[in-house]
Design a protein around this ligand. Structure first.
Ligand code: GDP
Length: 411
């Protein structure tokens, strides 16, 4: 928040009778043309006189980092590019900017493996920045473990050989790790590098950049100017004074991840789902034929089990109610309780709007009840920690298109 583009979005949304569009310059087949991008809400207002699903639509179209910035990362002039890949600790897999990470990984792979003694100057480098660390139950976690875990999840997200120049665990809210990050960024950017901060919407990028600016001694917030990047005139913002010398720091618009549940929720529903305080576990001991619901958003079924029971720990916003019951009653739950007792969605008519309800199957094995064996993470919501001694077949139900992954457990 507190960034220019939010003000612009709000202005575009509020002045419905006057300006309803935002002019942007886009490059198409080598030719520049001016195009007016109209936000979905304004379009609705103008054409139908109503706002359908108020606030559920993004105000601005998604920012295509790969197309807009990709070609500039390998700068022939020798100015080093550094990409800050931001991921939210409370929704790592959902928020991780994997398309951009893939781009960085591919650039490295194209260069081969003969750069053990430092990356070639024109190869983009990347730092992984895990934000909102204060949301994790930090006293019970070892920073080294979280560090290694985040590194391996980033590699999985990039789907390739992602070489990171470092991993930083930060909390802008608490000021944890901000100084170290700033020092490292300055060192890697050198005297005239270009630094690009990239992350999903709401990952905490603005808050972090403001914290970095404060840390570098800038009073009253950093100076923001529109950056002269073709095709992104309105979108990319240069943050001045933070890096010193001639190095430049660019803030890019938050990426819209359709695979994050939050991206299809209304503002009111998002408030229930977003985690704002240190996460607390809610644990159930379940038998085959039993299920746990997280609001009307997700259901986990214990389908088969080689042992008596399994421990399922829910890590999600405390404002979302949980329900444990028999799997055979699950269909009735959708019909009678989704959108009512089980919120979000708020209101029964929103259930269909969220999409088709689909199942994904996971096989999990483990050898301890005390230590979780696997997480099943739902993008934009949270995760289930699974603890068992034996093997389980689990069914995970959610709306079609929401990413669900099984991963090594975090907690
Ligand atoms: P952006 O969309 O990536 O620029 O995200 P913002 O900086 O606007 O932050 C999104 C939300 O996350 C806001 O509600 C912030 O208050 C919150 N937030 C940002 N950083 C932190 C953090 O370090 N810890 C916690 N607990 N919340 C944070």
């Amino acid at each position: 928040s507190g960034h220019l583009r939010e003000g612009e979005a709000a202005a575009a949304a509020s002045s419905s009778s006057a300006a309803v569009g935002v002019g942007v310059e886009v490059e198409k087949e080598g030719k520049k043309e001016n195009k007016v991008v109209v936000c979905a809400r304004c379009h609705s207002l103008r054409h139908y006189g109503v706002v359908k699903r108020p606030e559920a639509e993004p105000l601005l179209p998604d920012f295509d980092f790969v197309a807009a910035v990709g070609p500039r990362l390998a700068s022939p002039s020798g100015a080093r590019s550094l990409v800050l890949l931001l991921a939210d600790a409370s929704d790592f897999d959902g928020s991780f900017p994997r398309a951009v990470a893939r781009l960085v990984a591919a650039a490295g792979e194209a260069h081969g493996s003969d750069w053990k003694h430092g990356a070639p100057a024109n190869l983009p480098r990347a730092l992984l920045v895990v934000t909102k660390l204060d949301l994790l139950p930090t006293p019970s976690l070892s920073p080294d473990d979280v560090h290694a875990w985040a590194h391996s999840r980033a590699r999985a997200g990039a789907g390739g050989d992602l070489r990171l120049a470092g991993v930083h665990l930060v909390s802008a809210a608490r000021g944890w790790g901000v100084r170290d990050l700033l020092d490292h960024v300055r060192q890697l950017a050198g005297s005239r590098g270009n630094v690009w901060a990239v992350g999903a919407r709401n990952v905490g990028k603005s808050t972090l950049l403001n914290a970095i600016a404060r840390c570098s001694g800038i009073e009253g917030g950093p100076t923001l100017t529109e950056a002269p990047v073709p095709g992104t005139t309105l979108d990319v913002i240069q943050v001045d004074g933070v890096l010193g010398s001639q190095a430049k720091l660019f803030d890019t618009p938050g990426l819209l991840h359709g695979h994050q549940l939050t991206s299809r929720l209304t503002r009111e529903e998002q408030k229930l789902v977003r985690v704002s305080k240190e996460m607390r576990p809610r644990t159930y001991r379940l038998k085959p034929g039993q299920s746990v619901h997280i609001g009307g958003l997700v259901r986990l079924d214990i389908e088969e089990l080689t042992v008596g029971s399994v421990y399922v720990t829910v890590w999600a916003s405390p404002l979302v109610p949980l329900h444990m019951g028999k799997t055979e009653n699950a269909a009735a739950m959708v019909k009678d309780h989704f959108g009512l007792q089980l919120q979000p969605p708020i209101g029964q008519q929103r259930v269909n709007e969220l999409g088709k309800w689909v199942r994904k199957q996971f096989k999990v094995s483990g050898n301890s009840w005390d230590v979780n064996s696997k997480d099943i993470a739902i993008a934009g919501l949270g995760w289930f920690g699974i603890g068992l001694k034996g093997e389980a077949v689990l069914g995970l139900w959610t709306y079609d298109g929401v990413d669900v992954v099984s991963r090594n457990s975090l907690v």
